[in-house]
Design a protein around this ligand. Sequence first.
Ligand code: KIV
Length: 260
Amino acid sequence: MGQPITIKHLKDKKAKGEKFAMLTAYDATLAGICEAAGVDVILVGDSLGMVVQGHATTVPVKVDDMIYHSQAVAKGAPNTVKMVDMPFMSFAYPTQAIDNATRLMQDGLAEIIKIESTVHQAELITELSRNGVPVCAHLGLTPQTIHKLGSYGKRGKDAAEAQQILNDAQALEQAGADMILLECVPAKLAKQVTASVAVPVIGIGAGADVDAQVLVIYDILGMSGYIPSFAKNFLAENDSVVGAVQQFVADVKSGAFPAG
Ligand code: KIV
């Protein structure tokens, strides 16, 4: 059995300019494959609401659902960092957020929680951080707000919104966030954010100049019925699931994925 990867290892990788690889997983079997293939972080994403539960959005996902899936992932991948999403409206006010983060860590065995954020979550992130809860602040496209946004399109395309995302990332790092995740933002903005914060920046649809890449595992296995423009079917070039995941990991770490 190898040594567990820790959040400190991931911060050290950023300092050394080494990229790391993250995939979603929602069950013990795929989590075990991710661990065996060298994935550094498994995200138990609330995308499970769409790809596992079959909902049209992530909005119906409950804290209990996250705990059920993160317990399974923890059994399959004991040595990989487990990041777990705080689902829609589970962090709307401080006491509720702290209770739910506690459940995700104590019952769900999360090692870091992810919160779809703007600067408005800064105080909450400080409070969680002071209490020993590692937080990844998810900025850019925030799918939980789909009914406000109206579409899953790129965020930060105009100068004002790009500046807001950059400011928010810096403020949330100051507030105590241990990582930043940028979803569907222009590559130029992701590069700027990555250079301006000391914590690791994970990208999805955010170009190559970030510290780590994350994708939904069903997308890299060609199981989703459609492959987002920023993803790639790694199973198409491999004859096994573990081979596909290994190639994803190798390509992220070498900088071959995503192609610049
Ligand atoms: O829930 C999820 O899988 C996510 C990723 C798409 C980043 O948040």
